[in-house]
Write a protein of this length. Structure first.
Lengths: 306, 249
């Protein structure tokens, strides 16, 4: 299975790497959006899917990464900008996690949402106060191709780390926390640190993605990069795809990014309605997402073959 | 005098204005088999929660193998060799029986390999409990009686020194209760563990253990040999009632 997963990741990466030479600009920007959501949904599922701590904080980490990029892109080498975005987001998630990861369920979800809003307002205030502006125009940015490959690398890293975590004791600890946190603790899991580390690791990818995407937009303001829609769409993709599966969020990220673009242009309202309905159906009937359907069918076939 | 495996001194647990455990002492020697009884709301499970680090006592001290673990989180107790079960089995429903047992071996049990050679691996633990034939079933899908055994198996996987059993015989049939009592003794005799056992079925418990602590309204009402405690008038008054006293004679 790890061999097959590696093959699938390598194959997908090769195809994605060839796209800039095969497609026109519009389709490449679509592919970029797919890659971004692969990174966001995969890293979200790695923590929130396993532990069932549903975080709506992705927007905060993404936005922080974007602002790190806006502040440093002129002065620092590009890889440093990306890593800086990841580290700032991870550090912020770690600190926030220390404060709020003892809350479960709705309380945690609402607080992470509040955290995103708080971050957005804090950045707005800081920019007004010290830079005298709200938005920033980014000039002298890397080429579109550089951004595309950066996001591709972030997506590959997110999937690779998710695969590695899945097979590790750390990943087992996350699953145990999702199954029964107190029980896991009485079996020797240092739950507090595992949660904080998992939350920070997951946030690092959102921060990196934000840092990379910021330069693509050339003009950013807090409203755009701390957009709650990014966080909600990430949660939706991961839940509909299958929060406990590795392939589910990846496939769902592809499907939804494409759907989002086409439907949003053609039928803006129908798209949001469809998203809402899908989320309701997934939460009510598909706790393991579409990947769960796939898994059940595979199991039935195995049972039938016996 | 040797250091007790577990020592609790003056444990007080409060929930808001309610004092659930009110200054209880308990010493568990190596390979002791001790029972705790008491009416509903006597503070038995809360006392276990304190002994396993799940609740922090308002006052009192806890020592495991002579080391002061007061106010430490539950995973530190697990790593020091304190394992527990829960009244309602809390197995990992989506994992298989085998995976559920492996979990403890991967965490608290990992550093305690040398101390409990009898609990070498998953098959050894499943064999000990008679669960080998359902190793690959989902933990949530096995019968309630087997979930209780699995609950004990998950605790044993931490390779403990002290095993805290919270009403492991509740809801079992007479036959199952007797085999559970045998299993509890085997944990002590074959695995050489200290066992503390809370049970509502008083008669079974008094037959199985060597020493019993009676809790009543959060306080220790009596402690001693089962036969002596069962005749203690205060205990009879508070908890056992005439029926249980007759059942013992």
């Amino acid at each position: 299975m790890p061999g097959r997963a590696l093959g699938a990741v390598a194959g997908g990466a090769l195809v994605a790497a060839a796209l800039p030479w095969l497609l026109d600009d519009f389709l490449v920007s679509l592919a970029l959006s797919c890659l971004m959501y692969i990174a966001l949904a995969t890293s979200w599922a790695m923590f929130s899917g396993a532990t069932r701590y549903v975080s709506l904080g992705t927007s905060a980490f993404f936005g922080l990464g974007a602002y790190v990029s806006a502040w440093t892109v002129k002065a620092a080498p590009w890889p440093v900008v990306i890593v800086g975005g990841a580290l700032v987001a991870a550090a912020f998630a770690g600190l926030a996690g220390l404060a709020i990861l003892h809350l479960r369920g709705t309380y945690f979800a609402v607080l992470t949402f509040g955290m995103s809003e708080l971050t957005r307002h804090a950045v707005t205030y800081g920019e007004k106060q010290y830079a005298g502006t709200v938005g920033r125009v980014l000039t002298a940015v890397p080429s579109n191709l550089t951004v595309y490959f950066t996001v591709l690398v972030i997506a590959i890293a997110a999937v690779g780390v998710a695969v590695a975590v899945r097979g590790s004791r750390f990943g087992l600890a996350l699953i145990g926390i999702g199954a029964d946190e107190q029980r896991a603790q009485t079996l020797g899991v240092p739950t507090r640190w595992v949660k904080v580390a998992g939350f920070a690791l997951s946030a690092a990818f959102a921060g990196a993605a934000g840092a990379a995407m910021a330069v693509r937009w050339t003009y950013i303001d807090p409203m755009a990069v701390f957009n709650p829609f990014i966080g909600l769409q990430t949660v939706l993709i991961a839940i509909v795809g299958g929060p406990l599966s590795l392939t589910g969020p990846v496939v769902a990220a592809l499907v939804f990014s494409l759907l989002a673009e086409f439907l949003r242009l053609q039928f803006p309202y129908a798209y949001l309605i469809a998203l809402g309905l899908l989320l309701i159906v997934a939460v009510l009937y598909l706790p393991y997402g579409l990947a769960g359907l796939w898994r059940d069918r595979a199991r039935d076939e195995r049972a039938a073959a016996r | 005098m040797t250091t007790p495996a577990l020592a609790a001194r003056g444990i007080v647990v409060r929930f808001g204005g309610l004092t659930a455990v009110d200054g209880v002492d308990l010493e568990i020697e190596d390979r002791a088999l001790v029972g705790i009884i008491g009416p509903n709301g006597a503070g038995k499970t809360t006392f276990f929660n304190a002994l396993s680090g799940l609740v922090t006592p308002a006052s009192g001290r806890l020592f495991v193998g002579g080391v002061d673990l007061t106010r430490k989180p539950a995973h530190v107790f697990a790593r020091a060799g304190v394992a527990r079960t829960f009244q309602t089995p809390r197995v990992f429903a989506d994992m298989t029986v085998e995976e559920s047992v492996r979990f403890g071996l991967e965490f608290a049990g990992r550093r305690r390999r040398a101390e409990r050679a009898a609990l070498a691996d998953v098959p050894a633990i499943l064999d000990f409990l008679g669960l080998a034939d359902c190793a690959s079933l989902a933990a949530g899908a096995v019968t309630p009686a087997r979930q209780r055994l699995l609950e004990i198996g998950m605790a044993l996987a931490t390779r403990p020194r002290i095993l805290l059993l919270d009403e492991v015989a509740a809801g079992l049939t007479q036959t199952e209760v007797r085999s559970m009592a045998r299993l509890v003794r085997r944990c002590r005799d074959e695995l050489r563990l200290s066992v503390v056992w809370i049970e509502h079925a008083v008669a079974v418990l008094l037959d199985a253990v060597e020493r019993v602590l009676v809790l009543h309204q959060g306080r220790a009402l009596a402690e001693g040999a089962p036969a002596v405690v069962a005749r203690n008038p205060e205990v009879v008054e508070a908890y056992l009632g005439d029926g249980a006293a007759e059942a013992r004679s």
